[in-house]
Design a protein around this ligand. Structure first.
Ligand SMILES: [Zn+2]
Ligand SMILES: [Zn+2]
Length: 187
């Protein structure tokens, strides 16, 4: 009897979110926590929207008018320093959220998370370069980008601080997000 129960495979709890995994019945609870199709949350206070990570960029843009930028791994892209959240979409559909907050009296603090239901470390790293004065560059790197379902709100890790003296919102952040995984980049 026990063996029969162990061999039963059931669809994942998040099948309606697009998950095609079949899981051994006894693993269902464990798998639920690791499934990439689990819900992520809108961090805007009072909003209450939740859904698979892939549905968040449209929500952020349509409902909150947050800026939205598509990028490719390993390729530098420019972002104007602007307080508030900024949605970053990778070529494989992975969603990142950058958050810029005024950190008085220092300047602006920049945080970044990978939007995923499982609260683990991602295989992604990030580096930000900006110029303060002609010929002077400052670099911040984040070795491992944390994953977050955003259930605890906007990221506030602040891995990079842009000093006030460097020109405030005139600064362009040259950002690179890398992955340890090998991707087939279609060009
Ligand atoms: Zn699943
Ligand atoms: Zn929302």
């Amino acid at each position: 009897m026990e063996r029969v129960v162990e061999s039963i495979e059931v669809p994942c709890c998040f099948a309606e979110n697009g998950c095609t995994q079949k899981i051994a019945y006894f693993n269902k609870k464990k798998y639920k926590k690791a499934c990439r199709h689990g819900p992520c949350f809108c961090p805007e206070p009072g909003c209450g929207f939740s859904g698979p990570a892939a549905t968040l960029p449209d929500h952020f843009t349509d409902c909150h008018k947050w800026p939205n930028t598509a990028f490719k791994y390993f390729a530098q892209f420019g972002l104007r320093l602007q307080p508030g959240p900024h949605v970053l979409r990778a070529q494989d559909g992975t969603v990142f959220l950058m958050n810029v907050v005024a950190a008085e009296p220092l300047g602006h603090a920049i945080s970044l998370v990978c939007v995923r239901p499982e609260a683990t470390d991602s295989p992604f790293g990030c580096s930000v370069v900006f110029s303060c004065f002609t010929g002077h560059h400052q670099i911040s790197t984040l070795a491992v980008v944390r994953c977050s379902s955003l259930v605890d709100g906007l990221p506030k890790d602040g891995f990079c601080v842009v000093p006030k003296a460097s020109g405030g919102t005139h600064v362009v952040l040259q950002t690179t997000i890398d992955t340890e995984l090998v991707y087939d980049v279609e060009d």
